[in-house]
Design a protein around this ligand. Structure first.
Ligand code: ADE
Length: 231
C-alpha cells in the first residue's frame, strides 16, 4: 500500500477521481481515498498546506492504513538557475529550512537531537521516479537533489538567495521534508516529486498562478507512471 500526499486539492483530485475507490476515511479533517490506481493499492490524500499538516497526514497513513511507502507529489519553487518552470525535481533528501537552533551550535535546518541533518529519499523509489519521468514527461528536464521545506511561500530574491547559499537545494516547498521526516521515524521509504511552478523570487507572485496547473499536470503524470512501474 502506497500513501500519496498532495497539499492542495488540484494536486490530488484528478488522481482521486481516476482511482478504483474502496472507501473514503475521514480523519483529522482530511479525506483519505483508499483504493487502486494504475494497478497499485494506494491511499491518496490532500494533507493541507504546511509541515504540521503534512506530518500529521503521514503518521495517519502509517498508523491507520499501514502504508509501505510515502510519495509526496506537488509543485515547488526552483532554487537552481538550471531548473525551469515545468521541470521536475525528485528528492535525494530533504531539510526543513526554517528550523533554527543555531544558538546552540546546530546548523540551520538541523532538528535538534535528531541523528541526521537531511531526511533521505529511498534511492530505489527516487531512481525509478527519474526513469519514469523521463518516459512520461519527455518534454521537460528531470533533476535529482535536495528539497527544502518551510512554513513559508518563498517569493523574494533575498530569501531565495539565502536558501540557495545555505542548503544547495534544487527547490523549495512547504511539506516534503516533514513527510520525509515522518518516513524516517517510521522507517519506511519515501520520495518527494515536485514540478516547478515558479522561481521562488520576486517573479513568483505572478508565475505561481500562471504555471500552477501546468506544473501539476506534470506531477500527476509522473505519479501515474510511478504507480504503474511499481506494480
Ligand atoms: N510551492 C510552489 N512554489 C513555492 C514557493 N515559491 N515557496 C514555497 N512553496 C512553493
Amino acid at each position: 500500500m502506497i500513501g500519496i500526499i498532495g497539499a492542495m486539492e488540484d494536486e490530488v483530485e484528478l488522481l482521486q477521481q481516476e482511482m478504483d475507490l474502496e472507501e473514503i476515511v475521514q480523519k483529522a479533517g482530511m479525506s483519505f481515498y483508499k483504493g487502486t490506481l494504475c494497478g497499485q493499492k494506494c491511499v491518496i490524500v490532500q494533507s493541507g498546506i504546511g509541515k504540521v499538516n503534512a506530518a500529521l497526514c503521514s503518521q495517519i497513513l502509517v498508523d491507520v492504513f499501514q502504508v509501505d511507502a510515502l510519495v509526496n507529489t506537488g509543485i515547488a519553487g526552483s532554487l537552481d538557475a538550471q531548473i525551469d518552470i515545468g521541470d521536475m525535481v525528485i528528492s535525494t533528501d530533504a531539510v526543513q529550512h526554517d528550523v533554527d537552533a543555531t544558538i546552540f551550535g546546530d546548523p540551520l535546518g538541523q532538528v535538534p537531537n535528531m541523528d541526521i541533518f537531511a531526511f533521505p529519499a529511498d534511492e530505489k523509489l527516487a531512481g525509478l521516479a527519474k526513469k519514469v519521468n523521463e518516459e512520461v514527461n519527455p518534454e521537460i528536464h528531470t533533476f535529482m537533489g535536495r528539497v527544502v521545506s518551510g512554513d513559508q511561500f518563498v517569493s523574494s530574491k533575498e530569501v531565495k538567495d539565502h536558501l540557495v547559499a545555505t542548503f544547495h537545494a534544487k527547490c523549495t516547498e512547504m511539506e516534503g521534508a516533514a513527510i520525509a521526516h515522518a518516513a524516517y521515524l517510521n522507517k519506511i521509504p519515501c520520495v518527494i516529486i515536485r514540478a516547478i511552478s515558479d522561481k521562488a523570487d520576486n517573479s513568483a507572485e505572478m508565475d505561481y498562478p500562471a504555471f500552477e496547473k501546468l506544473a501539476i499536470a506534470h506531477s500527476v503524470k509522473l505519479v501515474r507512471g510511478l504507480l504503474e512501474a511499481l506494480k
